[in-house]
Write a protein that binds this ligand. Structure first.
Ligand SMILES: NC(=O)c1ccc[n+]([C@@H]2O[C@H](COP(=O)([O-])OP(=O)(O)OC[C@H]3O[C@@H](n4cnc5c(N)ncnc54)[C@H](OP(=O)(O)O)[C@@H]3O)[C@@H](O)[C@H]2O)c1
Length: 258
């Protein structure tokens, strides 16, 4: 299936590892030039080389998406290297606190919102003018099943739910401009250097097995490729009627019917 996005320019935040790296590779296989960002220049450069080896242009921008003052510079560097962004993938996320309301300070709650929502929100505002000019654009925000139903810690769940809400609202606003805005809600996905790999390495076998048995219907952790390929599909011409959606990729893990 030709996805029809050859020659477009994408920016993927957190593209050096895990789901962001996979999204960048899936887009590059479709002929998309891909800029990625991350805080560590060494791993960023390795990923950039991997993307370039697929025959497209790529650039790695060192930056912290939760530092809101650095977002404009990050966007400018990507545009300078590759041209204006047609496809934005807000992938960076995580938690500043792993507790509940009793153990989470307002500061950690706000820090988690910076990481999962506010940085990505700023980037959306920066890429929208070019997309409106072209009458074409794609924004894909990586949320979580724990932004759709109860799970994880209070700051992560709240920020990911906020990201799904902002995605839906922006999608309705931008629908007539040819800009599609969607989110993806992954379940527990293991990859080298990721949190679920650390969980498996730092817990006894029986604890890991019990988690898998009680939470993962497929009997194993998820893997990043299906998320990367869904990003490429949502970025494509083939997804032209899909906007404002939150698509679950979790091997049946979540409990919600909607
Ligand atoms: N993996 C899962 O099971 C799972 C499940 C549901 C949702 N998600 C969501 O999917 C997204 C990606 O998850 P992942 O497991 O691939 O994450 P990850 O292992 O934490 O990788 C994140 C990527 O983002 C970069 N990064 C981290 N913090 C950053 C920051 N503040 N500024 C810029 N770059 C940053 C990392 O590079 P540096 O460390 O060098 O900065 C890396 O390239 C996140 O939003 C996560 O919440 C993941």
């Amino acid at each position: 299936m030709d996805l029809g996005i050859k020659g477009k320019v994408a920016l993927v935040t957190g593209g050096s590892r895990g789901l962001g790296r996979q999204a960048a590779l899936s887009l590059a296989r479709e002929g998309v030039d891909v800029g990625i960002c991350g805080r560590t220049s060494e791993t960023l450069e390795v990923a950039v080389e991997e993307i370039r080896s697929l025959g497209v242009a790529s650039v790695g921008v060192v930056g912290d998406v939760s530092e809101l003052s650095s977002i404009q510079g990050l966007h400018e560097q990507a545009v300078e290297a590759l041209g204006p962004v047609d496809i934005l993938v807000n992938n960076v996320g995580g938690s500043r606190s792993r507790s509940d309301i009793l153990g989470t300070s307002l500061e950690d709650l706000m820090g988690t919102f910076d990481l999962n929502l506010f940085g990505g929100y700023q980037l959306m505002k920066l890429v929208i003018p070019h997309m409106q000019e072209c009458g074409w654009g794609r924004i894909i925000n990586i949320s979580s099943i724990w932004g759709r139903e109860h799970g994880g810690n209070i700051s992560y769940m709240s920020a990911k739910a906020g990201l799904i809400a902002a995605t839906k609202h922006a999608a309705v606003t931008l629908a007539k401009d040819g800009i599609l805005v969607n989110s993806i809600a992954p379940g527990s996905i293991s990859h080298p250097g990721g949190a679920w790999e650390r969980f498996q390495e730092s817990n006894p076998e029986e604890v890991v097995q019990s988690f898998v048995e009680h939470n993962l219907p497929m009997g194993r952790f998820g893997w990043p490729e299906p998320v990367g390929d869904l990003v490429a599909f949502l970025a494509s011409e083939r997804a032209s009627l899909i906007t404002g959606a939150c698509i679950v990729v979790d091997g049946g893990q979540s409990k919600s019917l909607i």
